[in-house]
Design a protein around this ligand. Structure first.
Ligand code: NAD
Ligand code: IPM
Ligand code: MN
Length: 359
Protein backbone atom coordinates (compact mmCIF):
# COMPACT_ATOMS: atom_id res chain seq x y z
CA UNK A 1 0.00 0.00 0.00
CA UNK A 2 0.97 3.60 -0.58
CA UNK A 3 2.76 5.48 2.16
CA UNK A 4 1.52 9.06 2.43
CA UNK A 5 4.26 11.58 3.16
CA UNK A 6 3.00 14.23 5.56
CA UNK A 7 5.25 17.14 6.52
CA UNK A 8 4.58 18.63 9.95
CA UNK A 9 5.53 22.25 10.61
CA UNK A 10 4.88 22.77 14.35
CA UNK A 11 6.29 26.31 14.44
CA UNK A 12 5.95 28.48 17.54
CA UNK A 13 3.84 29.05 20.67
CA UNK A 14 0.95 26.59 20.82
CA UNK A 15 1.92 25.32 17.35
CA UNK A 16 3.80 22.23 18.59
CA UNK A 17 0.99 21.28 21.03
CA UNK A 18 -1.83 21.45 18.49
CA UNK A 19 0.25 19.83 15.73
CA UNK A 20 1.01 16.90 18.05
CA UNK A 21 -2.73 16.56 18.75
CA UNK A 22 -3.60 16.38 15.04
CA UNK A 23 -0.76 13.97 14.37
CA UNK A 24 -2.02 11.62 17.09
CA UNK A 25 -5.49 11.72 15.57
CA UNK A 26 -4.12 10.99 12.08
CA UNK A 27 -2.11 8.06 13.46
CA UNK A 28 -5.30 6.52 14.91
CA UNK A 29 -7.10 7.04 11.59
CA UNK A 30 -4.18 5.36 9.81
CA UNK A 31 -4.45 2.32 12.11
CA UNK A 32 -8.20 1.97 11.69
CA UNK A 33 -8.29 2.39 7.93
CA UNK A 34 -5.01 0.62 7.14
CA UNK A 35 -3.08 3.61 5.79
CA UNK A 36 0.57 4.29 6.31
CA UNK A 37 1.28 7.94 7.15
CA UNK A 38 4.94 8.91 7.32
CA UNK A 39 5.35 12.10 9.37
CA UNK A 40 8.43 14.29 8.98
CA UNK A 41 8.92 17.41 11.10
CA UNK A 42 10.56 20.55 9.74
CA UNK A 43 11.43 24.00 11.03
CA UNK A 44 9.46 27.15 10.21
CA UNK A 45 8.93 30.57 11.78
CA UNK A 46 10.63 31.65 14.97
CA UNK A 47 11.87 28.14 15.72
CA UNK A 48 13.60 28.14 12.33
CA UNK A 49 15.08 31.62 12.87
CA UNK A 50 16.55 30.46 16.17
CA UNK A 51 18.15 27.36 14.59
CA UNK A 52 19.17 28.60 11.16
CA UNK A 53 18.67 32.37 10.97
CA UNK A 54 15.97 31.88 8.29
CA UNK A 55 12.16 31.73 8.83
CA UNK A 56 11.85 29.25 5.92
CA UNK A 57 14.99 27.12 5.59
CA UNK A 58 15.58 25.56 2.17
CA UNK A 59 15.25 22.03 3.64
CA UNK A 60 11.73 22.88 4.83
CA UNK A 61 10.68 24.31 1.47
CA UNK A 62 12.04 21.28 -0.39
CA UNK A 63 10.30 18.82 1.96
CA UNK A 64 6.96 20.64 1.64
CA UNK A 65 6.85 20.71 -2.14
CA UNK A 66 7.82 17.01 -2.27
CA UNK A 67 5.21 15.90 0.32
CA UNK A 68 1.67 14.63 -0.21
CA UNK A 69 0.43 17.24 2.27
CA UNK A 70 1.67 19.71 4.89
CA UNK A 71 0.17 20.32 8.35
CA UNK A 72 1.18 23.53 10.12
CA UNK A 73 0.65 24.72 13.71
CA UNK A 74 1.36 28.44 13.95
CA UNK A 75 4.24 30.89 13.74
CA UNK A 76 5.21 34.08 15.54
CA UNK A 77 5.51 35.49 19.02
CA UNK A 78 6.85 38.45 21.01
CA UNK A 79 10.30 36.85 21.20
CA UNK A 80 10.93 37.72 17.54
CA UNK A 81 9.38 41.22 17.51
CA UNK A 82 11.83 43.81 16.27
CA UNK A 83 14.21 41.18 14.91
CA UNK A 84 15.80 41.37 11.48
CA UNK A 85 13.73 38.44 10.19
CA UNK A 86 10.12 37.76 11.20
CA UNK A 87 8.54 34.30 11.76
CA UNK A 88 5.51 35.32 9.65
CA UNK A 89 7.81 35.73 6.61
CA UNK A 90 8.28 31.97 6.68
CA UNK A 91 4.55 31.29 6.46
CA UNK A 92 4.03 33.77 3.62
CA UNK A 93 7.03 32.31 1.76
CA UNK A 94 5.84 28.69 2.01
CA UNK A 95 2.33 29.66 0.81
CA UNK A 96 3.92 31.38 -2.18
CA UNK A 97 6.45 28.61 -2.86
CA UNK A 98 3.68 25.98 -2.90
CA UNK A 99 1.39 28.13 -5.09
CA UNK A 100 -1.44 28.06 -2.52
CA UNK A 101 -3.69 30.79 -3.89
CA UNK A 102 -6.96 29.63 -2.30
CA UNK A 103 -7.41 29.51 1.48
CA UNK A 104 -10.65 27.79 2.51
CA UNK A 105 -11.97 28.56 5.99
CA UNK A 106 -15.23 26.71 6.73
CA UNK A 107 -17.48 27.30 9.74
CA UNK A 108 -20.55 25.40 10.86
CA UNK A 109 -22.47 26.16 14.04
CA UNK A 110 -24.64 23.18 14.94
CA UNK A 111 -27.69 23.60 17.22
CA UNK A 112 -25.91 21.83 20.09
CA UNK A 113 -23.02 24.28 19.90
CA UNK A 114 -24.90 27.53 19.43
CA UNK A 115 -24.79 28.32 23.16
CA UNK A 116 -20.96 28.39 23.07
CA UNK A 117 -21.03 31.67 21.15
CA UNK A 118 -21.24 35.00 22.96
CA UNK A 119 -23.82 35.94 20.31
CA UNK A 120 -27.51 35.04 20.60
CA UNK A 121 -28.48 31.49 19.73
CA UNK A 122 -31.05 32.58 17.14
CA UNK A 123 -28.34 34.46 15.27
CA UNK A 124 -25.68 31.75 15.11
CA UNK A 125 -27.62 28.49 15.15
CA UNK A 126 -27.32 26.78 11.77
CA UNK A 127 -24.55 28.99 10.37
CA UNK A 128 -22.84 27.12 7.52
CA UNK A 129 -20.41 29.17 5.51
CA UNK A 130 -16.98 29.00 3.92
CA UNK A 131 -14.55 31.83 3.30
CA UNK A 132 -12.47 31.69 0.12
CA UNK A 133 -9.53 33.91 0.93
CA UNK A 134 -7.07 34.76 -1.88
CA UNK A 135 -3.73 33.83 -0.32
CA UNK A 136 -0.75 34.73 -2.49
CA UNK A 137 -1.48 38.26 -3.67
CA UNK A 138 -2.66 41.66 -2.54
CA UNK A 139 -1.05 43.89 0.03
CA UNK A 140 0.70 40.94 1.69
CA UNK A 141 2.97 40.44 -1.30
CA UNK A 142 3.27 43.91 -2.86
CA UNK A 143 6.44 45.94 -2.69
CA UNK A 144 7.18 47.41 0.75
CA UNK A 145 9.28 50.47 1.41
CA UNK A 146 10.47 52.07 4.60
CA UNK A 147 12.50 55.12 5.49
CA UNK A 148 12.72 56.74 8.91
CA UNK A 149 9.51 58.73 8.47
CA UNK A 150 7.64 57.01 5.63
CA UNK A 151 6.35 53.50 4.94
CA UNK A 152 4.39 51.96 2.04
CA UNK A 153 2.73 48.60 1.25
CA UNK A 154 1.62 48.15 -2.33
CA UNK A 155 -1.69 46.36 -2.93
CA UNK A 156 -1.62 44.71 -6.33
CA UNK A 157 -3.85 42.16 -8.10
CA UNK A 158 -3.73 40.79 -11.63
CA UNK A 159 -6.69 39.42 -13.61
CA UNK A 160 -5.41 35.79 -13.56
CA UNK A 161 -4.90 35.94 -9.80
CA UNK A 162 -8.51 37.02 -9.30
CA UNK A 163 -9.86 34.57 -11.89
CA UNK A 164 -8.40 31.42 -10.34
CA UNK A 165 -9.64 31.97 -6.80
CA UNK A 166 -13.00 33.13 -8.15
CA UNK A 167 -13.43 29.90 -10.13
CA UNK A 168 -12.53 27.87 -7.04
CA UNK A 169 -15.16 29.70 -4.99
CA UNK A 170 -17.90 29.29 -7.61
CA UNK A 171 -17.09 25.59 -8.05
CA UNK A 172 -17.53 25.09 -4.32
CA UNK A 173 -20.77 27.11 -4.31
CA UNK A 174 -22.12 24.63 -6.89
CA UNK A 175 -21.67 21.82 -4.36
CA UNK A 176 -23.28 23.89 -1.60
CA UNK A 177 -26.27 26.27 -1.50
CA UNK A 178 -25.34 28.05 -4.73
CA UNK A 179 -24.58 31.52 -3.39
CA UNK A 180 -21.39 33.60 -3.50
CA UNK A 181 -20.84 36.89 -1.68
CA UNK A 182 -17.79 38.69 -3.04
CA UNK A 183 -16.33 41.18 -0.58
CA UNK A 184 -14.27 44.20 -1.59
CA UNK A 185 -13.79 47.93 -1.06
CA UNK A 186 -14.71 48.97 -4.61
CA UNK A 187 -15.85 52.41 -3.44
CA UNK A 188 -12.23 53.26 -2.60
CA UNK A 189 -9.70 50.79 -3.97
CA UNK A 190 -8.71 50.28 -7.60
CA UNK A 191 -7.73 46.63 -6.88
CA UNK A 192 -11.29 46.13 -5.58
CA UNK A 193 -12.79 47.62 -8.74
CA UNK A 194 -10.76 45.16 -10.80
CA UNK A 195 -11.78 42.38 -8.38
CA UNK A 196 -15.49 43.15 -8.81
CA UNK A 197 -15.17 43.38 -12.61
CA UNK A 198 -13.44 39.99 -12.88
CA UNK A 199 -15.80 38.23 -10.45
CA UNK A 200 -18.81 39.62 -12.36
CA UNK A 201 -17.44 38.42 -15.71
CA UNK A 202 -16.48 34.91 -14.52
CA UNK A 203 -19.94 34.61 -12.99
CA UNK A 204 -21.72 35.61 -16.20
CA UNK A 205 -19.54 33.49 -18.48
CA UNK A 206 -19.10 30.32 -16.42
CA UNK A 207 -21.43 30.17 -13.41
CA UNK A 208 -24.68 32.00 -14.28
CA UNK A 209 -26.74 29.56 -12.18
CA UNK A 210 -24.98 30.69 -8.98
CA UNK A 211 -26.45 33.66 -7.07
CA UNK A 212 -23.77 36.36 -6.84
CA UNK A 213 -23.82 39.42 -4.64
CA UNK A 214 -21.12 42.03 -3.99
CA UNK A 215 -20.58 43.56 -0.57
CA UNK A 216 -18.32 46.28 0.78
CA UNK A 217 -16.05 44.99 3.49
CA UNK A 218 -17.01 47.47 6.20
CA UNK A 219 -20.73 46.74 6.13
CA UNK A 220 -19.97 43.06 5.56
CA UNK A 221 -18.13 43.01 8.90
CA UNK A 222 -21.40 44.19 10.45
CA UNK A 223 -23.72 41.86 8.50
CA UNK A 224 -21.60 38.83 9.44
CA UNK A 225 -22.51 39.40 13.08
CA UNK A 226 -26.14 40.41 12.43
CA UNK A 227 -27.23 37.73 9.95
CA UNK A 228 -24.46 35.18 9.43
CA UNK A 229 -26.87 32.44 8.33
CA UNK A 230 -27.49 34.26 5.05
CA UNK A 231 -24.00 33.53 3.80
CA UNK A 232 -22.81 30.47 1.93
CA UNK A 233 -19.52 31.12 0.08
CA UNK A 234 -17.65 34.34 0.90
CA UNK A 235 -15.00 35.25 -1.67
CA UNK A 236 -12.47 37.93 -0.85
CA UNK A 237 -8.91 39.21 -1.15
CA UNK A 238 -6.05 38.27 1.12
CA UNK A 239 -6.23 40.87 3.89
CA UNK A 240 -10.03 41.18 4.06
CA UNK A 241 -10.22 37.37 4.30
CA UNK A 242 -7.70 37.35 7.15
CA UNK A 243 -9.68 39.87 9.17
CA UNK A 244 -13.21 38.61 8.45
CA UNK A 245 -12.34 35.00 9.23
CA UNK A 246 -11.18 35.86 12.76
CA UNK A 247 -14.41 37.82 13.20
CA UNK A 248 -16.49 34.86 12.00
CA UNK A 249 -14.77 32.57 14.50
CA UNK A 250 -16.76 34.30 17.27
CA UNK A 251 -19.96 32.79 15.80
CA UNK A 252 -18.68 29.33 16.64
CA UNK A 253 -17.56 30.24 20.14
CA UNK A 254 -13.76 30.17 19.77
CA UNK A 255 -11.04 30.91 17.27
CA UNK A 256 -9.53 27.61 18.41
CA UNK A 257 -12.20 25.68 16.48
CA UNK A 258 -11.58 26.87 12.93
CA UNK A 259 -9.51 24.90 10.41
CA UNK A 260 -8.22 25.93 7.02
CA UNK A 261 -7.06 24.38 3.77
CA UNK A 262 -4.66 26.24 1.49
CA UNK A 263 -4.75 24.84 -2.03
CA UNK A 264 -3.16 25.45 -5.41
CA UNK A 265 -3.94 24.10 -8.86
CA UNK A 266 -1.99 20.91 -8.23
CA UNK A 267 0.52 19.56 -5.77
CA UNK A 268 0.27 19.24 -2.00
CA UNK A 269 -1.98 21.46 0.09
CA UNK A 270 -1.11 23.11 3.38
CA UNK A 271 -3.50 22.74 6.31
CA UNK A 272 -3.51 24.88 9.45
CA UNK A 273 -5.85 26.28 12.08
CA UNK A 274 -6.79 29.92 11.47
CA UNK A 275 -5.51 30.99 14.88
CA UNK A 276 -1.98 32.12 15.69
CA UNK A 277 0.70 31.00 18.12
CA UNK A 278 -1.34 32.21 21.15
CA UNK A 279 1.74 33.13 23.19
CA UNK A 280 -0.47 33.95 26.20
CA UNK A 281 -1.42 30.27 26.66
CA UNK A 282 1.54 28.45 25.04
CA UNK A 283 3.12 25.49 26.79
CA UNK A 284 0.35 25.15 29.39
CA UNK A 285 -1.87 22.44 27.85
CA UNK A 286 -4.57 25.11 27.38
CA UNK A 287 -4.81 25.42 23.59
CA UNK A 288 -7.90 24.09 21.87
CA UNK A 289 -6.63 21.43 19.44
CA UNK A 290 -9.87 21.18 17.45
CA UNK A 291 -8.98 23.71 14.72
CA UNK A 292 -5.82 21.75 13.93
CA UNK A 293 -7.57 18.36 14.20
CA UNK A 294 -10.24 19.58 11.74
CA UNK A 295 -7.39 20.84 9.51
CA UNK A 296 -6.10 17.26 9.49
CA UNK A 297 -9.58 16.18 8.30
CA UNK A 298 -9.35 18.72 5.46
CA UNK A 299 -5.89 17.34 4.65
CA UNK A 300 -7.33 13.83 4.31
CA UNK A 301 -10.18 15.07 2.12
CA UNK A 302 -8.43 17.55 -0.16
CA UNK A 303 -4.87 16.28 -0.50
CA UNK A 304 -5.12 12.52 0.15
CA UNK A 305 -8.68 12.08 -1.22
CA UNK A 306 -9.63 10.01 1.86
CA UNK A 307 -13.22 11.17 2.25
CA UNK A 308 -14.50 8.55 4.73
CA UNK A 309 -11.49 9.11 6.94
CA UNK A 310 -12.08 12.89 6.92
CA UNK A 311 -15.78 12.34 7.71
CA UNK A 312 -14.95 10.19 10.70
CA UNK A 313 -12.70 12.88 12.23
CA UNK A 314 -15.42 15.49 11.72
CA UNK A 315 -18.08 13.22 13.21
CA UNK A 316 -15.84 12.53 16.21
CA UNK A 317 -15.21 16.24 16.78
CA UNK A 318 -18.93 16.99 16.51
CA UNK A 319 -19.73 14.29 19.08
CA UNK A 320 -17.09 15.54 21.51
CA UNK A 321 -18.24 19.15 21.22
CA UNK A 322 -21.87 18.13 21.65
CA UNK A 323 -20.93 16.21 24.79
CA UNK A 324 -19.23 19.29 26.21
CA UNK A 325 -15.77 17.68 26.30
CA UNK A 326 -14.07 20.99 25.54
CA UNK A 327 -11.15 23.22 26.50
CA UNK A 328 -11.18 26.37 28.62
CA UNK A 329 -11.76 28.77 25.68
CA UNK A 330 -15.21 27.13 25.35
CA UNK A 331 -15.83 27.05 29.08
CA UNK A 332 -14.73 23.43 29.52
CA UNK A 333 -12.32 21.75 31.92
CA UNK A 334 -10.19 19.74 29.48
CA UNK A 335 -6.63 20.52 28.45
CA UNK A 336 -5.16 20.12 24.96
CA UNK A 337 -4.26 16.48 25.69
CA UNK A 338 -7.59 15.67 27.30
CA UNK A 339 -9.56 17.14 24.40
CA UNK A 340 -7.40 15.21 21.93
CA UNK A 341 -7.99 11.95 23.83
CA UNK A 342 -11.72 12.66 23.77
CA UNK A 343 -11.62 12.99 19.97
CA UNK A 344 -9.60 9.78 19.66
CA UNK A 345 -12.06 7.92 21.89
CA UNK A 346 -14.92 9.21 19.75
CA UNK A 347 -13.18 7.98 16.58
CA UNK A 348 -12.84 4.55 18.20
CA UNK A 349 -16.53 4.59 19.14
CA UNK A 350 -17.63 5.61 15.64
CA UNK A 351 -15.39 3.01 14.07
CA UNK A 352 -16.64 0.29 16.38
CA UNK A 353 -20.26 1.24 15.72
CA UNK A 354 -19.67 1.18 11.96
CA UNK A 355 -17.94 -2.21 12.10
CA UNK A 356 -20.74 -3.70 14.23
CA UNK A 357 -23.67 -2.13 12.44
CA UNK A 358 -26.78 -4.29 12.46
CA UNK A 359 -27.50 -4.97 8.79
P1 NAD B 1 -3.74 34.40 18.16
O1 NAD B 1 -4.69 33.75 17.23
O2 NAD B 1 -2.46 33.72 18.40
O3 NAD B 1 -4.46 34.60 19.59
C1 NAD B 1 -5.62 35.43 19.76
C2 NAD B 1 -6.34 35.03 21.04
O4 NAD B 1 -6.99 33.77 20.81
C3 NAD B 1 -5.42 34.81 22.23
O5 NAD B 1 -6.07 35.22 23.40
C4 NAD B 1 -5.22 33.31 22.26
O6 NAD B 1 -4.93 32.78 23.53
C5 NAD B 1 -6.54 32.80 21.72
N1 NAD B 1 -6.35 31.54 21.01
C6 NAD B 1 -5.75 31.38 19.81
N2 NAD B 1 -5.70 30.10 19.48
C7 NAD B 1 -6.28 29.41 20.47
C8 NAD B 1 -6.54 28.04 20.72
N3 NAD B 1 -6.17 27.08 19.85
N4 NAD B 1 -7.16 27.69 21.87
C9 NAD B 1 -7.55 28.62 22.75
N5 NAD B 1 -7.33 29.94 22.58
C10 NAD B 1 -6.70 30.33 21.45
O7 NAD B 1 -3.52 35.89 17.63
P2 NAD B 1 -2.50 37.03 18.15
O8 NAD B 1 -2.36 36.97 19.62
O9 NAD B 1 -2.96 38.26 17.52
O10 NAD B 1 -1.10 36.63 17.48
C11 NAD B 1 -0.06 35.95 18.18
C12 NAD B 1 1.04 35.58 17.20
O11 NAD B 1 0.56 34.60 16.29
C13 NAD B 1 1.56 36.75 16.35
O12 NAD B 1 2.95 36.62 16.28
C14 NAD B 1 0.94 36.49 14.98
O13 NAD B 1 1.71 36.97 13.93
C15 NAD B 1 0.87 35.01 14.95
N6 NAD B 1 -0.16 34.45 14.08
C16 NAD B 1 0.18 33.35 13.35
C17 NAD B 1 -0.76 32.73 12.56
C18 NAD B 1 -0.36 31.52 11.79
O14 NAD B 1 0.69 30.95 12.03
N7 NAD B 1 -1.15 31.08 10.84
C19 NAD B 1 -2.07 33.21 12.53
C20 NAD B 1 -2.39 34.34 13.29
C21 NAD B 1 -1.43 34.95 14.07
C1 IPM C 1 -3.30 33.76 9.28
C2 IPM C 1 -2.28 34.66 9.94
C3 IPM C 1 -1.21 35.04 8.92
C4 IPM C 1 -1.88 35.86 7.81
C5 IPM C 1 0.00 35.82 9.47
C6 IPM C 1 0.63 35.12 10.65
C7 IPM C 1 1.03 36.04 8.41
O1 IPM C 1 -2.89 35.79 10.51
O2 IPM C 1 -2.90 32.71 8.75
O3 IPM C 1 -4.48 34.06 9.33
O4 IPM C 1 -2.11 37.07 7.98
O5 IPM C 1 -2.15 35.28 6.78
MN1 MN D 1 -5.06 35.63 10.56
Amino acid sequence: PKTYEIVLLPGDGVGPEVTRAARDVLAVIGDFYGHSFNFTEHLIGGAAIDETGEPLPEATRAACVAADAVLLGAVGGPKWDGGKRRPEEGLLAIRKAMGLFANLRPLQVSPVLAHRSPLKREIVEGVDLIVFRELTGGVYFGEKTRTADRATDLCEYTVPEIERVTRAAFQTARQRRGKVTSVDKANVMETSRLWREVVTRIHAEEFPEIALEHALVDSMAMHLIRKPREYDVILTENMFGDILSDEISVLGGSIGLLPSASLGTEGPGLFEPIHGSAPDIAGQDLANPVGTILSAALLLRHSLKLEDEADSIEAAVAAVLAAGAVTADLGGALGTRGATEAVIDAIRAIHWATAHRVQ
